[in-house]
Design a protein around this ligand. Structure first.
Ligand SMILES: C[C@H](CCC[C@H](C)C(=O)SCCNC(=O)CCNC(=O)[C@H](O)C(C)(C)COP(=O)(O)OP(=O)(O)OC[C@H]1O[C@@H](n2cnc3c(N)ncnc32)[C@H](O)[C@@H]1OP(=O)(O)O)[C@H]1CC[C@H]2[C@@H]3[C@H](O)C[C@@H]4C[C@H](O)CC[C@]4(C)[C@H]3C[C@H](O)[C@]12C
Length: 386
């Protein structure tokens, strides 16, 4: 796989960092998730539902022996992903200055909400806070309603985990030339803002002149909207270009000549009411048969389980099942020659691979036994879990 041989240490964190680690693991990296020993875990890795392809090492970084183990592991690693607030690693004696001094090739990825500097650098926060501070949240939501955050997808994952993975791959590519690592300051505020550059760049073309929920792409336009069907399901309509819009109108049984001009926003509220009343007259399946194989840009709004079994997605194998029968999306994008091969194994228990990993990184059995007695590490007794 494309990232085979890349050794990653992911310090256990919430949502964004685990996705970053999972992406790297899916494309072949050997990812070790460094968990707090289960006895010390506040937010334990049980919340890491993105652990595919990872192994778990339970290490108490607050103990000097534990911090020393991480320093030694970093001397043999390519990437460190750290998901804590600014200053935490420095307090542990594990800041970039220390680790890059000992391994100048290390990619030290710091995935935070607000970045390593600035007024909020040491503040707690979650996706919605980062989305709000980026300006993007102000653009999300329907007319006369409060802005709303689409789950925690945009800042945590789009502007966080994925953007950090991009930074890691870019710096690994650069290191191939320079031979040197560097620090990645991945702020989710900036990541989601960057992801939303279109919003900024399209200001001058008048796409966002109206208040939230009254513009072309934010539920203002009737031809870019979701409509309920007679069976309580929904159809998504994205017929923007006139050639597609005309096919939408035809499928709805309307005459385009009897309607206001498509781009005349004054007529949009009435048009939306008309479309809604028409969509409400048939079931989702009936609308699918009307619009399937047309370019009207009309598709069913599928529940997760239906998406996995939808013919198009099945034909492509867009969703995969692991050994536990859990369904999830396959890694993207699909690479023609070195595709991702996601693990089918169950997620690791905390500390399940502690001994295996330490031996792999050159620790002796005696050293491991001492670390265990010092409570710096935790060996997972699998029997205790069965
Ligand atoms: C699924 C829920 C989360 C959804 C995503 C949510 C919407 C987000 O937006 S996540 C993104 C959060 N932000 C960031 O990641 C940005 C960077 N990080 C931070 O800003 C902070 O880490 C923080 C704000 C997220 C948390 O602050 P906190 O003070 O807790 O931590 P830090 O300041 O970073 O310091 C870390 C301290 O920990 C020490 N540490 C770290 N590693 C080790 C180690 N190996 N050994 C020893 N010590 C270690 C470190 O030294 C620091 O110590 P100091 O502070 O003293 O310096 C999930 C949200 C809540 C989850 C549920 C909850 O946790 C309860 C259950 C827990 C159970 O185990 C599993 C089920 C839960 C119900 C759990 C389920 C889900 O996971 C959640 C709902």
């Amino acid at each position: 796989m494309a990232l085979s041989g890349v050794r990653v240490l992911e310090l256990a964190g919430l949502a964004p960092a685990p996705l970053c680690g999972m992406i790297l693991a899916d494309f072949g990296a050997k990812v070790v998730r460094v968990d707090r020993p289960s006895r010390a875990a506040a937010v334990s890795a049980d919340g890491d539902v993105q652990a595919r392809g990872k192994r778990s090492l339970a290490l108490d970084l607050k103990r000097p022996q534990g911090a020393a183990v991480l320093r030694r592991l970093c001397r043999g690693a390519d990437v460190l992903i750290e998901p804590f607030r600014h200053g935490v690693m420095e307090r542990l004696g594990l800041g970039p200055e220390v680790l890059l001094q000992e391994n100048p090739r290390l990619i030290y990825a710091r995935l935070t909400g607000f970045g390593q500097t600035g007024k909020y650098a040491k503040s707690a926060g979650h996706d919605i806070n980062y989305l709000a501070l980026s300006g993007v949240l102000s653009k999300l939501g329907r007319k006369n309603e409060n802005p709303y955050a689409p789950v925690n997808l945009l800042a945590d994952f789009g502007g966080g985990g994925v953007m950090c993975a991009l930074g890691i791959v870019i710096t690994l590519f650069e290191r191939a030339r320079s031979g040197r690592g560097q620090v990645i300051d991945a702020s989710m505020v900036e990541g989601v803002a960057y992801l939303s550059s279109f919003l900024w760049k399209s200001q001058k073309v008048g796409l966002w002149n109206e208040p939230r929920g009254k513009n072309l792409l934010d539920s203002g336009a009737p031809f870019y909207e979701v409509y309920r069907t007679s069976d309580g399901k929904f159809m998504a309509v994205g017929a923007i270009e006139p050639k597609f819009y005309n096919q939408l109108i035809k499928g709805l049984g309307l005459n385009v000549d009897e309607l206001p001009a498509q781009m005349s926003s004054f007529g949009w509220p009435e048009m939306k009411k008309k479309f809604a009343s028409i969509f409400a007259q048939k079931t989702q399946a009936e609308w699918c048969s009307i619009f399937e194989s047309t370019d009207a840009c009309v598709t069913p709004v599928l529940a997760l389980e239906d998406a996995a079994s939808h013919q198009h997605n099945k034909e492509r194998g867009s969703f995969i099942k692991n050994n536990q029968g859990e369904i999830s999306p396959r890694p993207a994008p699909v690479l023609s020659r070195t595709p991702a091969v996601p693990s089918c194994k169950r997620d690791p228990f905390i500390g399940e691979h502690t001994e295996e990993i330490l031996l792999e990184y050159g620790f002796t059995k005696q050293e491991i036994a001492k670390l265990c007695s010092d409570k710096a590490i935790e060996l997972k007794n699998l029997k205790a879990n069965l």
